[in-house]
Design a protein around this ligand. Structure first.
Ligand code: THU
Length: 135
């Protein structure tokens, strides 16, 4: 947990958030022991900004790893309560993480809440929901 936290904290400091000034860091622990981190990266066209969670998970997948390679994920921000991932990130997590993978939500005070994506986004939209359209 300490190593994962510290990697997410480094990413938090690397966040590119000139518009919101709200920095977020995320880190994913893989079964081979490697840690892949990510930060939010904003854009003057605000809607093109990417959250820390998605940056980290997209990096994991771009490196060739898949959901079964992931042990857990940690997200932190300078919030009074453990940071709450946005809806878009929950949708992405629902596809890129296994349903029972621990998601550690925390902050700079190290308050911790641990959830799974099943809990954070019940009844999520998934590939099989499009099956009827393919008939
Ligand atoms: N943000 C994240 O990176 N993760 C979250 O869970 C919440 C929001 C970012 C997006 C944007 O750069 C800034 O925080 C303010 O919304």
């Amino acid at each position: 947990m300490e190593k994962l936290y510290n990697e997410a904290l480094k990413a938090f400091h690397n966040a590119y958030a000139p518009y919101s000034k709200f920095h977020v860091g995320a880190a994913v622990l893989l079964k081979n022991g490697k840690i892949v981190s990510g930060a939010n990266v904003e854009n003057a066209s605000y809607g093109l900004s990417n959250c820390a969670e998605r940056t980290a998970l997209f990096k994991v997948y771009a490196l060739g790893y898949r959901q079964d390679d992931i042990v857990k994920m940690l997200v932190l921000a300078d919030t009074s309560d453990p940071v709450s991932p946005c809806g878009a990130c929950r949708q992405v997590m629902s596809e890129l993480l296994n349903p029972d993978t621990p998601i550690i939500l925390t902050n700079l005070k190290k308050d911790v809440k641990v959830y799974t994506i099943k809990e954070l986004l019940p009844y999520s939209f998934k590939e099989s929901d499009m099956d009827d359209a393919k008939k």
